[in-house]
Design a protein around this ligand. Structure first.
Ligand code: 26V
Length: 823
């Protein structure tokens, strides 16, 4: 009887217009007479949302019915960016929407740009999670994402007088892409104490009592796949005071300040994304966030499994849980607690289930980013979980002692508990012990973790537990959406858009390297993309840049290891060279625009100093009449996903210049090459595999190798090192107050000249400068340059996140796709 009521989404322009107008007039209760771009966005978004919801419901039903194994991707960050453009393209109705909006009097680009980015992440790790969701849906995998619904995403960055200023990012005013599920709430317990009790079977059981309860409320976000009706779910948890806990007594007795205080404390848990990446500060609220989200997600997953009435022994056949870094490691402990304390399983049976369920991806080797939680903090907040961690550790250490009796130091090295003061829980070790697979995110990185942080664990478990899955990016957002003209040109040559779902098909582009018309079109598209970025730069910074100049771009979080300081010191070197030239020499120079963008963690003082140096250099260089178009230096404010969609397609060369061995993978390197830009980079992270795919002819590599870093650092510490002469000149210029009061930059300069140059800026400086000269040289031959770009794009197939998800699915999760057409 319900069948005849089943709803279908719009497919024609007229239907789209009807739906959009209906939403504007009824859902939003607005008159069409004062319909602005924001209203048009809202109406269009709601029209597309309806379409997604229909497929979303069907997908969830289908997946429940099929009863296959599902994967749950636990990530504290999902850097989604905008949803409307993506929904239009994935559903295949962007052209319909463009025509419809035009008839209603709007340009589709203006409508799309009304949307606020969903910026629930810091950088690469969060964007990777977003690309994975896209690929999992596109490949029809039954997959859910679980995260936190932060009220404030990553802060908005303003540059004021050359300094970063942070503005809160309140993004939830109007968010048509989320569905509150007030019926799906979970009680989450904190603090309290553990009591032991003998139950009726004579077994000792642990009972966690007391403390406080906070409610987790589910908000669901539909994740459409490209060219498939599969629409997966991203579930984000929001915290609120539990009904039972909210103190009406206090409220009624007039002490509503205290009562509202309790409420605010509860809501604080999901209030804000921590804006650090790569620095662990061990704050209690962060641990609360982690447990809140893990406990809610695990409750949800176990509840879903229990509906199937299967025994828990089959849990790992139905459930795979992927940990995005160590942030969700408490989920391991929570599942063990549920199985033992609540479901009554034997410890060892429960632990086998846990290990078979979880897998852990490591995203950094930088020691300051490795999570550790103080034992007293955990004892207070999660007393039962700490007991479980101690028990897991004891059994693990007993095994290690038995297996490696000769290595007495091994026990203290591999113990989950670091014997410091206070004692610390090492989350990466716990994640490794509780998982059946551990992976790094690029080959070099996966090798490095096996020889550094997890060396002993390779000895203990054997090498097969550790594997590599090189990161990837979704070609839907990072080619088709960000660079529609290039995507169209490629499609015209390859006979359709199949490359968007099988990126290796790009290799056929190499057949067109002699096609002059094709190459002209390619070049024209790059130029248009540069004009678009130049316009953005003009509007936001006031600086005029010449789109004919070489665009040299470094956009990513600001961090010493990523070495934006190397870049800006190189720019100063270029400036000094220009100043020393006569007009004849200057004429032969290749004009350049050096473009920087990225946020510094609010407490990361050195990173903020780097931003200030870039802005100060820009101030001088951009106003120097001797220089003109030969060099411009700009800082693009508030780099985020939607800005990346403008910036990435406009690069001639981009910089991926981390100290060798420090950048786990990098993913923007892939985005830039896929959009027909070349890169200058170190032998680090995925740069190495990009080189292998596209060949050394098409990339500008420089600098020392990871294997030499230790010795070079040693040379700095023991004084057997001399500062590069060019770099010394750059420092003199800074010290002469050429870029304003030099004292503002002294800590930055001293870190290189006096404090060990940990990131090896001086060691790589000469090779960096020389390599940039090669770039200038190569750019002069525009035909050869263009051929390098096209060849590189043709060889980028490997870096699709589809390939990456396929590897996770086959090697780690052991899950099968569920084809929507087959049922
Ligand atoms: C760590 C921490 C430490 C505690 C405070 C908050 C916080 C937030 C994020 C992180 C993650 C650091 C690791 C990370 O972001 N790794 C990046 O992962 C990318 C995706 O695999 C990879 O491309 C980058 O090279 C890597 O730096």
């Amino acid at each position: 009887a319900w069948k005849k009521h089943s709803i279908h989404g719009f497919t024609t322009k007229e239907q789209f217009e009807n739906e959009t107008v209906r939403h504007i007039e009824t859902t939003l209760a607005r008159s069409l007479f004062n319909c602005d771009e924001l209203a048009a966005y809202s109406g269009a978004a709601l029209a597309f949302r309806d379409r997604l919801v229909i497929e979303w419901n069907k997908t969830q039903q289908r997946q429940t019915f099929a009863d296959q194994k599902r994967v749950y991707y636990l990530s504290l960050e999902f850097l989604m960016g905008r949803a409307l453009d993506n929904a239009m393209l994935n559903v295949g109705l962007k052209d319909v929407a463009r025509d419809g909006l035009k008839e209603l009097g709007f340009r589709i680009e203006d409508v799309i740009s009304q949307e606020h980015d969903a910026a629930l992440g810091n950088g690469g790790l969060g964007r990777l999670a977003a690309c994975f969701l896209d690929s999992m849906a596109t490949l029809n995998y039954p997959a859910w994402g679980y995260g936190l619904r932060y009220r404030y995403g990553i802060f908005k960055q303003e540059i004021v007088d050359g300094y970063q200023v942070e503005i809160p990012d309140y993004w939830l005013d109007f968010n048509p892409w989320e569905f509150p599920r007030h019926d799906i709430t979970v009680d989450i317990q904190f603090y309290g104490y553990v009591r032991k009790e003998i139950n009726e079977d004579g077994k000792t059981v642990a009972i966690w009592e007391g403390g406080e309860i906070v409610d987790a409320v589910a908000f669901d976000v539909p994740i459409p796949g490209y060219g498939t009706s599969t629409t997966n779910n991203l579930r984000l948890w929001s915290s609120k005071a539990s009904k039972g806990e909210f103190d009406f007594q206090k409220f009624n007795s007039g002490d509503y300040e205290a009562s509202v205080g309790d409420q605010q404390r509860a809501e604080t848990i999901s209030a804000v994304l921590y804006p650090n990446d790569n620095l662990d500060r061990g704050k209690e609220l962060r641990l609360k966030q982690q447990y809140f989200w893990c406990a809610a997600s695990l409750y949800d997953i176990v509840r879903r499994f229990k509906k199937s009435k299967k025994p828990f022994s089959q849990f790992p056949e139905k459930v795979a849980i992927q940990l995005n870094d160590t942030h969700p490691t408490l989920a391991i402990v929570e599942l063990q607690r549920i199985l033992v304390d609540i479901e009554g399983l034997e410890w060892s049976e429960a632990w086998s289930i846990v290990q078979a369920t979880f897998s852990y991806a490591n995203h950094t080797v930088m020691p300051e980013a490795l999570e550790k939680w103080s034992v007293p903090l955990m004892q207070n907040l999660l007393p039962r979980h700490l007991q479980i961690i101690y028990e897991v550790n004891m059994q693990f250490l007993q095994y290690v002692e038995k297996t490696f009796p000769k290595d007495r130091d091994m026990l203290s090295r591999v113990s989950i508990i670091e014997e410091s003061n206070p004692k610390m829980v090492r989350m990466a070790y716990l994640a490794t012990i509780g998982s059946h697979k551990v992976n790094g995110v690029a080959e070099l990185h996966s090798d490095l973790i096996k020889t550094t942080i997890f060396k002993d664990f390779v000895t203990i478990y054997g090498p097969d537990k550790f594997t590599n899955v090189t990161n990837g990016i979704t070609p839907r957002r990072w080619l088709h959406q960000a660079n529609p003209k290039l995507s169209e040109l490629i499609a015209s040559k390859l006979g359709g858009y199949d490359f968007l779902t099988d990126l290796t098909k790009l290799n056929k582009l190499e057949n067109f390297l002699d096609d002059e018309k094709f190459k002209k079109e390619w070049q024209a598209i790059k130029y248009d993309n540069k004009v678009r970025l130049a316009r953005h730069i003009k509007e936001t910074t006031g600086v005029t840049v010449n789109p004919k100049a070489l665009f040299d771009i470094q956009v990513k979080r600001i961090h010493e290891y990523k070495r934006q300081q190397l870049n800006i010191l190189g720019v100063i070197h270029r400036y000094l060279s220009i100043k020393a030239m006569n007009p004849e020499e200057r004429k032969k120079l290749q004009p350049r625009v050096s473009i920087f963008g990225g946020k510094a963690a609010p407490g990361y003082w050195m990173a903020k100093t780097i931003i200030h140096l870039v802005c100060s250099v820009g101030e001088v260089v951009n106003n120097d009449k001797d220089v003109g178009d030969l060099l411009k230096v700009v800082y693009v404010e508030d780099y985020n996903v939607s800005k990346a969609e403008i910036i990435v397609p406009a690069s001639d060369i981009s910089e991926h210049i981390s100290t060798a061995g420090t950048e786990a993978s990098g993913t923007s390197n892939m985005k830039f090459v896929l959009n027909g830009g070349l890169i200058i980079g170190t032998c680090d992270g995925a740069n190495i595999e990009i080189t292998r795919e596209i060949s050394t002819d098409n990339i500008f590599l420089f600098g020392n190798l990871a294997e030499d870093v230790e010795d070079l650092r040693h040379a700095h510490t023991y004084g057997s090192f001399r500062l590069d002469a060019d770099l010394a000149r750059v420092f003199s210029a800074i010290k002469s107050n050429m870029f304003g009061d030099a004292s503002r930059f002294s800590a930055l300069c001293n870190s290189i000249t006096d404090h060990g140059d940990y990131y090896l800026v001086s060691d790589d400086f000469n090779s960096y400068i020389k390599t940039h000269e090669l770039v200038d040289e190569a750019y002069k031959d525009q035909t050869a340059w263009l051929e390098k770009c096209i060849t590189s794009v043709a060889r980028m197939g490997f870096f699709s996140s589809d390939r990456c998800i396929q590897e996770y699915a086959d090697m780690i999760w052991n899950i099968e796709p569920l084809d929507p057409e087959s049922s």
